[in-house]
Ligand binder design. Structure first.
Ligand SMILES: Cc1cc2nc3c(=O)[nH]c(=O)nc-3n(C[C@H](O)[C@H](O)[C@H](O)COP(=O)(O)OP(=O)(O)OC[C@H]3O[C@@H](n4cnc5c(N)ncnc54)[C@H](O)[C@@H]3O)c2cc1C
Length: 671
């Protein structure tokens, strides 16, 4: 085991980034024209990076497996994006955003990176407004904000429930300008299947044209991976169906350490699973917790009556409801961070209080908010003695303006009107804080190979606060990578064009082709989804919201067995030389089957509870925090970065010790 060098610059935290920028080497404009950069992924992280690098003058080749950058998973982001603008005058600042993010991440992130993130957050909003992103505005025309979990200020900028889509259109427009200028060559429907290293440096990729099946070689002076998160290792998640870990896993196998794979975010407000044949879960944005109150019935009789259809939730009086988050966490109430809210829902459902047929659902209720807004509107409109129905009508209009598209989505899926009856929600896999290890420069442990956005192990420690993923992806792409990569590329100005006719490209291409040929020729009997579902069940049952040593050991053995069966029994119909979605899936699931085992190994190693990683053996036994997660700072205040050694079980641990100089390490309390 070695200790990793994070390359964090010296000096006071508030000056680090500025000093760094003042002292790095730059590439002059004429030389930039001779340097090629590959960007894999054109979601918010990759799209913003590609546009900015091209604007700077580099030649960018951008890759995405969808038919357009506009379809990246980032489009699904609903709730908003954080920035320390303090437009509300409610006490926000760079320091407070930094503090909230480190605390929210349960003190498992790198201070210097988080401070930089908070520092550049304000620039992101200016950049996006300049691009024309239609953020919501308040009555005076200024940008509006709302609150997300784990914070006491309103700093979330939003565009109704479509923030990701609007931000992505902004980044896509910026990319298009560069595509038109010839500075970005866009490879849609191309999947990167390996990275090519020459003399230890990343020098290119092997990609498959997903329409023709052709295998292509692409070279560059540096490679940036922006391929998103790996939540689909659980099979069911709120991620887009195509989201996968292949690019990240392939670079891991070529020397990039994979950090904290066990840090997963299970989001508390998703539409509950409805049955065994479901392939996707749907998020109900966290922004709904601004106005929705979460509850289950107090009495088991009411639970049974609701499940059996003898009673409706709306028939229960206030006294008969247990608003368990408000009860347990009076300071933050329904706006506790996601990990806390998810575990609290699981606790109630495990205790038998779940309100749907599977016993895995709690209520998210807007009645109080609708009444509150309705009364306010009646006053504003000068309506004296409004009827209950009028108040409801007025309040509903406000809720509709704020969250209308989310309510509509819920109604379409569940076939119940959430304005009239409370939504049912349950936690689901949503985001992965773990990912490819990167230093302060966002460079992986392979020279010239960078990783940004959700694909890297990120700035969120063991738990991400809502609306901070978009902030991180865009900070990386617009404001951080364009500087750090220049410092590296300043040493590449004499390298010249990089040939793809070398033995390194030959070998990488052969590996890719052999694997594809194996899949299409294997005489198996079971579909790719059969194995993915099996993996997902093990992950959810034994490496899900709560984990213990016994379950994790079992999970490692079970995942290995599924993997072995996969390589014998998988059946991939169709050909390699055509569009073949089953073949695409096969490669991705093969990688999930390795990543899943490393995930369990990492969770087993971390014998503490922190953020999205809850170890049942590590719980507070008494005092005010009784029953809450128990962190162990003396033994586990480090980033676990795993080095690939063949079988996932053989991966070697490298530690990056985390130092907290600007924030005092404390027990996280939201009470
Ligand atoms: C339902 C939902 C709602 C969310 N809401 C919010 C929110 O309100 N606020 C917030 O901050 N965060 C939110 N998040 C999280 C946030 O959306 C993501 O973390 C973020 O968008 C990830 O951006 P990214 O650019 O890193 O990756 P992605 O948007 O996932 O983009 C990945 C890109 O990589 C490409 N790619 C992947 N693999 C390959 C390969 N092998 N070859 C070629 N291309 C490849 C894809 O084609 C795509 O272009 C939400 C997440 C979900 C699931």
């Amino acid at each position: 085991m070695s200790t990793l060098n994070s390359k964090v610059p010296g000096g006071p935290i508030k000056d680090k980034w500025t000093d760094y920028k003042n002292h790095i080497d730059l590439v002059n404009p004429a030389n930039k024209r001779n340097i090629d950069i590959i960007v894999v992924g054109t979601g918010l992280a990759g799209g913003s990076a590609a546009a900015t690098l091209a604007e700077l003058g580099y030649n960018v080749k951008a890759f995405a497996y969808q038919d357009s950058p506009r379809r990246a998973h980032s489009i699904a982001a609903q709730g908003g994006i954080n920035a320390a603008k303090n437009y509300q005058g409610d006490g926000d600042s760079t320091y407070r955003l930094f503090y909230d993010t480190v605390k929210g991440g349960d003190y498992r992130s790198r201070e210097a990176n988080v401070y930089r993130l908070a520092e550049v957050s304000a620039n992101i909003i200016d950049q996006c407004v300049a691009q024309g992103v239609p953020f919501a505005r308040d009555y005076g025309g200024l940008l509006d904000n709302r609150s997300f979990g784990g914070v006491l200020v309103s700093r979330t900028f939003y565009a109704k429930g479509q923030t990701g889509q609007q931000l992505l259109l902004g980044a896509y427009s910026a990319m298009n300008r560069q595509i038109a200028r010839g500075k970005i060559e866009m490879f849609n429907r191309h999947e990167m299947l390996d990275v090519v290293k020459v003399d230890g440096k990343a020098r290119g990729i092997i990609a498959r044209n997903l329409v023709t099946g052709e295998i292509e070689r692409h070279s560059a002076h540096a490679v940036v991976i922006a391929s998103g998160g790996y939540g689909n290792v659980y099979f069911l998640s709120t991620n887009a169906m195509g989201s996968n870990a292949t690019a990240a896993w392939k670079i891991h196998k070529k020397g990039a350490h994979f950090a904290n794979p066990c840090y997963t975010q299970i989001h508390p407000t998703c539409i509950p699973r409805s049955g065994d044949y479901q392939s996707k879960l749907t998020l109900m944005s966290e922004s709904l917790r601004n106005d929705g109150r979460i509850w289950v019935p107090k009495s088991m009789d009411d639970v049974m009556a609701i499940r059996e259809g003898r009673k409706k939730p709306t028939e229960l009086s206030e006294d008969e409801r247990d608003y368990y988050l408000e009860r347990r966490y009076p300071a933050f109430g329904n706006l506790v961070p996601r990990d806390v809210a998810s575990r609290a829902a699981k606790e109630r459902c495990d205790a038998g209080y779940g309100v749907n047929a599977t016993g895995e659902a709690v209520y998210l209720d807007f009645k109080s908010a609708i009444n509150r807004y309705g009364k306010e509107q009646a006053k504003i409109n000068g309506i004296s003695n409004p009827s209950d129905a009028k108040i409801y009508e007025l309040g509903q209009a406000i809720v509709e303006a704020k969250y209308g598209n989310l309510f509509q989505m819920y109604e379409k899926i569940v076939d119940e009107n959430p304005y009239e009856t409370p939504m049912m929600i349950y936690p689901a896999t949503h985001y992965t804080m773990g990912g490819v290890w990167v230093d302060y420069n966002l460079m992986t442990s392979v020279e010239g190979l960078y990783c940004i956005g959700e694909a890297n192990f990120s700035d969120h420690g063991a738990n991400r606060l809502g609306a901070s993923a978009l902030m991180q992806g865009l900070a990386d792409g617009y404001f951080v990578l364009p500087y750090t990569i220049g410092d590296y590329l300043s040493n590449e100005i004499r390298t010249g064009a990089i040939s793809t006719e070398t033995k390194e490209f030959d070998e990488a291409e052969k590996e890719v082709t052999d694997r594809i040929n194996f899949f299409v020729n294997n005489e198996g009997t079971k579909s790719v989804d059969y194995f993915h579902k099996k993996l997902g069940k093990v992950m959810w049952d034994k490496v899900g919201m709560a984990r213990n040593s016994k379950g994790l050991n079992e999970a490692m053995a079970e995942i290995k067995a599924i993997r072995e069966e996969f390589w014998k029994e998988v059946k991939v119909p169709g050909e390699a030389t055509e569009m073949n979605p089953e073949l695409e899936k096969a490669g991705r699931v093969a990688d999930f089957l390795e990543l899943g085992e490393l995930f369990a190994k990492d969770a087993l190693m971390r014998e503490e509870s922190c953020g999205g990683h809850f170890r049942e053996e590590s719980v507070e036994l008494d005092g005010e925090q009784k029953g809450e997660a128990k962190r162990n700072d003396s033994d586990y205040a480090f980033v676990a970065a795993w080095e690939y050694k063949g079988e996932p079980a053989d991966a070697v641990l490298h530690k990056e010790e985390l130092e907290f100089k600007d924030i005092e390490l404390k027990q996280r309390s939201y009470k």
